[in-house]
Design a protein around this ligand. Structure first.
Ligand code: 5GP
Length: 175
């Protein structure tokens, strides 16, 4: 990815916001009468977390976690570390992990197990993007914004070397 340039727009802000409305309505239905505990994964899920929060009408708490499996480049190390843990207690709660992208699945599987140890009532996963062709470990998101092919996507929270997170749409790197 040496001469990287921003590719075409894959998903516009309007498409993403519409999808957040649809998934939010589905979550409100699935958890009717229950509270949810939304766990956003920083920094990539920040825009998607904000979209989901606006569309989940249940009583909700929000919290953030920072896990890293990538260095500053675009290849995975396969090792996941928690760099910032949750502030709140999830015991007995309906946790929904709000993720930016599921690629190999390594990060999500680790996160799910890490949080399951604290005995929440339930854990589900809501990801903006899913790259199923890259999956190395067995983990599945319960709510998926969009599937993408094997491209290095950027924008709407997703970075390349900490850049492009503020693009209000999803694109990919060419180069
Ligand atoms: P996994 O553990 O599933 O391989 O990777 C998850 C993390 O890797 C994501 O949360 C994201 O930070 C990063 N990642 C994976 N694929 C991409 C991609 O196409 N673009 C960007 N910007 N980050 C990615």
């Amino acid at each position: 990815m040496e001469n990287n340039t921003v590719g075409k727009i894959l998903f516009t802000r309007e498409q993403i916001e519409k999808r957040a409305e649809e998934i939010g309505a589905q979550i409100a239905k699935d958890y009717e009468g229950e509270e949810v505990y939304l766990v956003g994964t920083l920094r990539g899920a920040v825009m998607w977390m904000a979209d989901m929060m606006k569309n989940i009408t249940n009583d909700a708490e929000i919290d953030f976690i920072v896990a890293s499996s990538y260095g500053s480049a675009s290849t995975t190390s396969g090792v996941v570390k928690i760099k910032k843990d949750l502030d709140g207690d999830i015991y007995g709660k309906n946790v929904i992990i709000i993720e930016d992208i599921v690629d190999t699945g390594t990060t999500l599987k680790f996160l799910k197990e890490h949080l399951a140890d604290r005995n929440p009532k339930s854990i589900k996963i809501c990801t903006l993007l899913d790259k199923p062709s890259r999956r190395l470990v067995d983990v599945k998101a319960d709510y998926v914004g969009f599937e993408v092919e094997n491209l290095f996507v950027i924008g709407y929270g997703l970075d390349y070397d900490q850049k492009y997170r503020n693009l209000p749409y999803i694109s990919y790197l060419e180069g």
